[in-house]
Design a protein around this ligand. Structure first.
Ligand SMILES: NC(=O)c1ccc[n+]([C@@H]2O[C@H](COP(=O)([O-])OP(=O)(O)OC[C@H]3O[C@@H](n4cnc5c(N)ncnc54)[C@H](O)[C@@H]3O)[C@@H](O)[C@H]2O)c1
Length: 301
């Protein structure tokens, strides 16, 4: 049998703060395939996440097929807006959610992994985070600061993570990020420069695949996922409509499930995918292939 076997591999999933998003679903698939899981959690969400975990509120969703609960080897604080502590402003460093966490930057994360596990200690890195403070604003009304924050947190963070974490990967290392088709088609309502950030993320996936592939031997891919009502997506305000619209108009008309993204991520991160890099794979029930809404077609009949 052809199996996804990730036993002996260590994954870092950056962007897990509850059990409702793609990061959690991907972590669960990787754990189900035998990988040990570390997560990176945004400091403002860290306490709530720890509480949910400690109170057993996520026990049901942590249950793997073998009946065991997915464990987190480490939970690292991570604010992907900052590469080093010197980049973080004082009001962040002294903020009550940040000040007890230690070095929450991308560089801090890399140093902690190295000190916890050694200089060649990681196999899989998942970038499952994004933030656009003005996502509800049309691009035309987006401020420079809002636009640059969207790009910084949602796209540059991948560049920074690859440059700092690729040196820590073991042979066969894999990076994977999550993108959305608003990078290439107009999705009204997905504003604030988030569409620009996703376009940058996909372009960077190709360039980083080349550069880091040659330098470190790692693979870098992206999954372009269909709409899913995660906590982050709910901030867009129209996510339920997007989910329904896609289900109604896709080649496969049932709504996308997060574990379908998880399973694809496990495959792309596994030795079965050693020939795949620099690619954006759609996991969206085929919605990206459509050029016309079915409702429009029906009304023509
Ligand atoms: N939900 C969708 O419809 C959809 C579709 C396509 C792609 N995606 C992408 O999937 C990825 C995961 O999002 P999700 O929808 O599963 O939501 P999610 O809420 O589960 O994940 C987003 C995570 O990003 C974290 N985050 C925000 N700012 C951060 C920062 N500065 N530093 C570190 N972490 C930060 C949040 O705490 C959260 O854990 C994102 O890249 C998103 O754009 C989502």
């Amino acid at each position: 049998m052809l199996n996804i076997d990730l036993s002996g591999k260590r994954a870092l999933v950056a962007g897990v703060a509850d059990d409702g998003g793609f990061g959690f679903a991907i972590a669960k698939s990787l754990a189900g395939a035998g990988a040990s899981i570390c997560v990176g959690t945004w400091p403002p969400a860290l306490n709530i996440f720890m509480n949910l975990l400690e109170r057993g509120k996520m026990d049901e969703s942590r249950k793997l097929k073998n009946g065991k609960l997915m464990e987190f080897e480490k939970i690292y604080p991570l604010d992907a807006a900052y590469d080093t502590l010197a980049d973080a402003p004082d009001d962040i460093k002294t903020n009550k959610r940040y000040k007890e966490t230690g070095d929450f930057t991308i560089d801090g994360l890399a140093r902690r992994i190295e000190s916890d596990f050694g200089s060649k200690s990681i196999d899989i890195v998942i970038h499952s985070l994004a933030n656009g403070p003005e996502v509800k604003k049309p691009l035309l009304e987006t401020s420079r600061a809002g636009y640059l924050t969207a790009i910084s947190v949602s796209a540059y963070s991948l560049v920074s993570m690859v440059s700092r974490l690729a040196p820590l990967t073991r042979p066969g290392g894999s990076f994977l990020s999550l993108t959305y088709m608003a990078s290439e088609r107009v999705i009204p309502g997905y504003g604030g420069g988030m569409s620009s950030a996703k376009a940058a993320l996909e372009s960077d996936t190709r360039v980083l695949a080349f550069e880091a592939g040659r330098k470190y031997g790692v693979r870098i891919n992206a999954i372009s996922a269909g709409p899913w009502a995660s906590r982050a997506a709910s901030a867009i305000g129209i996510i339920d409509k997007m989910v329904t619209y896609c289900a109604e108009n896709s080649p496969l008309p049932d709504p996308l499930k997060a574990d379908e993204v998880g399973a694809t991520a496990a495959f792309l991160s596994s030795p079965l995918a050693t020939g795949i890099t620099g690619t954006t794979v759609y996991v969206d029930k085929g919605y990206h292939t459509m050029g016309m809404s079915l409702k429009e077609l029906e009304s023509q009949k």
